[in-house]
Design a protein around this ligand. Structure first.
Ligand SMILES: Cc1cc2nc3c(=O)[nH]c(=O)nc-3n(C[C@H](O)[C@H](O)[C@H](O)COP(=O)(O)OP(=O)(O)OC[C@H]3O[C@@H](n4cnc5c(N)ncnc54)[C@H](O)[C@@H]3O)c2cc1C
Length: 745
């Protein structure tokens, strides 16, 4: 039975004495099982690692003994691609994590396993596994025999825990991970001295984001006592395709990042290294009698790649099920036990957190979105808290994701209008309408000067600027679309019976329906005064084209409105084609008209004017889809919510959900259309939309239209006469519209 102190058959052989292996060995040995741990390295090796551990570890595993924690962390700083610093310190101390030295931390976990009865074999490498008679046969090599002939021995186990990290070099074990799901890192320790660290960094982890530093990931500075861990990484596929040298990129960051280099000034690199972290959980977390823990199972967090706590937690979940496995009397019971591990671990790591983190990763890997999020977090506590939750890993991330989702819609609107703000300012004086003091002016002023973002006005000028046109001329004509748009909203609100719009009372709800109808007509009439002044000085051909554009877009918009009302009345929700047609007529036409007008004022040629019209049309459709998603998912600040449901309006989410739901859900959705719903029923609708993938469908659809607009911009870029700076602004606006699409997987 016994060969030179080593048993022939173990209950469990653990490969790897990292956090996953040692935690698992501890828990199994404590249950009375015979456990052997193989570790290919010496026990006091220092693993390249930031050593950052979230507060969740303390909550679940208890306080670490004195001497292991190098620094207690109570803040996190995120530095955006445009170098805005967001500092999150949580009053509830949910960010209180710690930084450990991996050598000391890993030794503590190894000792704990040994004290519980596990046998630890350092410098012993598992090189292959085969199955024989229901047992795993593991070939091991004693690495202490350096220089001498490598001698292999075989040990047997009823269960093997592969906790050997990543990548795997054991014959007989295959756990493929796509290169796009592996982060490759490079890392250095820099001695800076405690005083400097306290002064420059304090008890805060710092994450520097942006593709100019490193795409798809971030650079970090984690403070220990007198040393800082500095590193960065990116996905393996990118590293290969772009032939990036991580070492060079890291040294550039240390030397020249405007904020990071100041923090690290005067420091001395004392060692360096690297490693790989898989970010995708294996499709199956066991194979026969082998289970995969920690990095071997792909448990690291897919958003920030932290994996220490996750490794221990995967072991904690596994121990319970593996104990059942070892006690089971039949093959069926054994396989049930390992299925149980797979289910529980996947439920905890993927369903509760991981799948939301993967969605969040899409956002955090995009410079534009990250800039927007960080800017917003500095003035919006809800966004700040959501980011804090994600970094602290304290709550299921679903809530944080949904907060960002609902805030995102508002951010898209404000961010898009912010980008064109300078154009709005140029129009300034031309918008000083309705000052005659007549009675109709009073009504018109209420709607025209509400919370108007003046997007259409700004787009007329932007388009004119792209074609190097005269902005003063464009400014004179710009209010036309704003007047027509406002008039249509006043009439819309009457038809929809809406009491509020963007948080303000609607005109008809204050002054009555009749006055509101006339005020709308009045605004349409006033477009002629604007036109009579604005058309002066333009060529005859331009005048005719502009009048044609205005007439055409107004009639298309009216037809879109009629179609919207008809679809709602007939409860016709079967065709996404109907919806898109309506969106194109109702919203696309007006944005298209505004941008075409700007191009004509600038004298753009027919081909380019056609392109800009298409860009406007597709932007309008994307806007409409985002607006229709806001109705149910928005944050309540931008628009009175649930108007569309109350009016039985068609939306992409509704079309998709009806196609993909069961009979009961369909009946509920159809029965809800056109009604005032309780909060509970609204939540039910959201639930159906989430289950059927309707939200993601709408997100993707808006993303598709933003992508179409973007590809038309690429077409425009070929024209050499254009103003690149203005075109860049249009591109940024379209990128912002694309954010909603990026919230889908
Ligand atoms: C540069 C860098 C920085 C990081 N920073 C952080 C951070 O700040 N916070 C965080 O939470 N996570 C961080 N991580 C991720 C974290 O290190 C891992 O997720 C974590 O170590 C996983 O633990 P594990 O036990 O699964 O694997 P590991 O810690 O990798 O342990 C695996 C062990 O198995 C041994 N082994 C491998 N093959 C064999 C074999 N064939 N036979 C015997 N033994 C074998 C290895 O020597 C190793 O000791 C970082 C990773 C890197 C590369």
């Amino acid at each position: 039975m016994q060969k030179g102190g080593i048993l022939d058959v173990y209950d469990a052989v653990v490969i790897g004495a990292g956090p996953a292996g040692s935690e698992f060995a501890f828990r199994m040995a404590r249950r009375g099982f015979k456990v052997l741990v193989l570790e290919k390295d010496k026990l006091d090796r220092e693993k390249p690692c930031g050593g950052g551990i979230p507060v969740q570890e303390k909550v679940e595993f208890g306080r670490l003994p004195a001497g292991i924690i190098e620094r207690t962390i109570d803040k996190a700083r995120m530095i955006s691609p445009e170098n805005e610093v967001l500092e999150i310190s949580s009053p509830k101390r949910t960010l209180t994590g710690s930084i450990v030295k991996r050598r000391v931390y890993d030794n503590y976990l190894q000792r704990r396993a040994e004290e519980a009865g596990a046998i630890l074999l350092p410098e012993t490498e598992a090189v292959g596994i085969i199955q024989k008679n229901g047992l795993a046969e593991i070939r091991i090599v004693d690495k202490r025999n350096k220089g001498k002939e490598r001698k292999e021995t075989t040990i047997r186990a009823r269960l093997v825990a592969d906790a050997s990290g990543y990548p795997c070099r054991i014959d007989g074990i295959r756990r493929p991970v796509a290169d796009k799901d592996v982060i490759v890192t490079h890392h250095v320790w820099i001695r800076l001295g405690k005083k400097q660290i306290d002064r420059r960094i304090g008890n805060s982890i710092e994450m520097y984001c942006g593709k100019d530093i490193i795409p798809r990931c971030y650079a970090w500075i984690f403070p220990k006592k007198d040393v800082v861990s500095v590193g960065l990484g990116t996905t393996k596929d990118l590293l290969k395709s772009r032939k990036i040298s991580l070492k060079k990129v890291l040294h550039r960051f240390i030397r020249s990042h405007p904020i990071g280099s100041e923090k690290l000034k005067g420091g001395k690199i004392i060692s360096s290294g690297g490693g790989q972290i898989p970010l995708a959980m294996l499709a199956r977390l066991y194979s026969k009698n082998i289970i995969f823990l920690g990095d071997a199972g792909g448990f690291a967090n897919p958003l920030h790649a932290g994996g220490i706590y996750q490794a221990r937690k995967s072991a904690l979940i596994a121990a319970k099920h593996c104990s059942d496995f070892l006690k089971a009397k039949s093959p069926a019971a054994r396989s049930r036990a390992l299925e149980g591990f797979d289910r529980e671990a996947r439920g905890h790591f993927h369903d509760e957190n991981g799948r939301w983190d993967i969605k969040l990763r899409n956002l955090f890997w995009d410079d534009g979105i990250l800039n927007t999020l960080i800017r917003e977090a500095k003035r919006n506590k809800r966004v700040e808290d959501a980011i804090g939750t994600i970094l602290s890993m304290r709550e299921p991330h679903e809530k944080a994701y949904k907060t960002l989702e609902s805030e995102m819609i508002d951010m898209i609107h404000s961010s898009a209008t912010e980008k064109v703000e300078p154009y709005k300012r140029i129009v300034g004086r031309e918008l000083q309408l309705f000052k005659d003091g007549c009675e109709a002016d009073r009504f018109a002023r209420h709607s025209f000067f509400g919370d108007a973002k003046r997007l259409r006005v700004s787009l007329v000028l932007l388009s004119c600027d792209i074609f190097r046109g005269n902005l003063k001329k464009a400014a004179k004509l710009a209010p036309v679309y704003e007047l027509l748009h406002t008039a249509s909203l006043v009439h819309d609100d009457i038809m929809d019976g809406a009491k509020t719009r963007r948080g303000r009372r609607t005109l008809h709800s204050i002054y009555g329906v009749n006055n509101a109808i006339v005020a709308g007509d009045y605004m349409i009439g006033r477009t002629y005064s604007v036109l009579s002044k604005g058309l002066e000085g333009l060529q005859e051909r331009q005048k005719t084209r502009i009048l044609g554009i205005i007439g055409d877009s107004t009639s298309r918009c009216c037809n879109g409105q009629i179609m919207d009302l008809r679809l709602a009345k007939e409860r016709k929700y079967g065709s996404i084609g109907d919806y898109l047609k309506m969106a194109e007529l109702k919203t696309g036409s007006m944005i298209e008209g505004a941008m075409s007008k700007g191009a004509v004022i600038a004298g753009a040629d027919g081909k380019d004017a056609g392109r800009i019209a298409m860009i406007g049309r597709n932007m309008g459709i994307a806007f409409q889809i985002i607006d229709d998603s806001m109705d149910l998912l928005g944050n309540n600040r931008s628009k009175s919510l649930q108007n569309d449901i109350r009016q039985g309006k068609i939306t992409p989410m509704l079309v998709h959900a009806l196609k993909n739901s069961d009979e009961k859900q369909r009946r509920f959705l159809l029965g809800s259309a056109g009604k005032d719903l309780s909060r509970k029923n609204l939540e039910k609708i959201k639930g159906i939309y989430r289950k059927t993938g309707a939200i993601e469908y709408a997100q993707r659809l808006s993303g598709d239209y933003a992508a179409k607009a973007k590809s038309d911009i690429e077409g425009l870029k070929r024209s050499r006469k254009l103003n690149r700076k203005a075109l860049g602004i249009l591109e940024e606006v379209v990128d912002v519209l694309g954010y909603w699409g990026m919230m889908a997987d």
